[in-house]
Design a protein around this ligand. Structure first.
Ligand SMILES: [Zn+2]
Length: 204
């Protein structure tokens, strides 16, 4: 996070991005959305203090059937995080691969998780993270119908206001074996390919 800041990035939420897309707010020149999938307990014990002490934001995508299980966030943690600047999204109810499900099951997974979060006083959930980052085109109308406004994929890359909001790309940051150098390289590669990717016709 210090490295992101040193490079001039400022964190925003998915909602900030959507509002800015509609012209309702302005974004910093170098805006980044930090997303974390699955809802592990360390999002609360480790990530939250790191972000809070730096005045940074993040978005946590929670698998709702894992809430309160050992190693996962609890309802109290989720609500407290949200009060402290962390955006909460859905990572479906069960984290099953949506791509192997019939549309009605996909709808149940995304609808149930959103409803459950909101019933338990997590503020309106409008963003989804597809399990394993995988999706199919037929899911997009389902997300719209169930009142999601955006979704993040496992597709690598950067986003602009022209990016389909249900197909937002991400830069995957796995556990770094080569420390900060690896992190810097991943950011650098994403920027290079955002600029030249279409010319090179290549993924990274
Ligand atoms: Zn996941």
């Amino acid at each position: 996070m210090d490295e992101l800041r040193a490079q001039g990035y400022e964190t925003i939420s998915v909602l900030d991005f959507l509002r800015a897309k509609k012209g309702k707010q302005t974004l910093p020149e170098k805006a980044v959305i930090v997303t974390l999938d699955d809802g592990y307990k360390d999002n609360y014990t480790d990530m939250l203090p790191i972000m809070e002490s730096r005045g940074m934001k993040a978005t946590v995508f929670m698998v709702t059937n894992d809430i309160g299980l050992p190693g996962y966030l609890t309802w109290d943690m989720l609500r407290d995080m949200q009060e402290r600047g962390i955006e909460i999204g859905s990572h479906t109810a069960n984290h099953m691969a949506l791509t192997t499900m019939p549309p009605e099951d996909v709808k149940a997974e995304v609808q149930l998780s959103k409803t459950l979060l909101e019933w338990n006083k997590v503020k309106t959930v409008f963003a989804l993270s597809y399990p394993n980052g995988k999706y199919r085109d037929y899911m997009l109308p389902i997300l719209k119908e169930t009142e999601y406004l955006a979704a993040v994929t496992g597709d690598p890359g950067l986003n602009t206001f022209e990016t389909n909001p249900y197909l937002l790309r991400r830069i995957n940051i796995p556990r770094p074996y080569f420390g900060l150098t690896e992190f810097k390289l991943r950011i650098w590669k994403a920027k290079i390919f955002a600029r030249f990717g279409s010319l090179l016709n290549q993924q990274y």
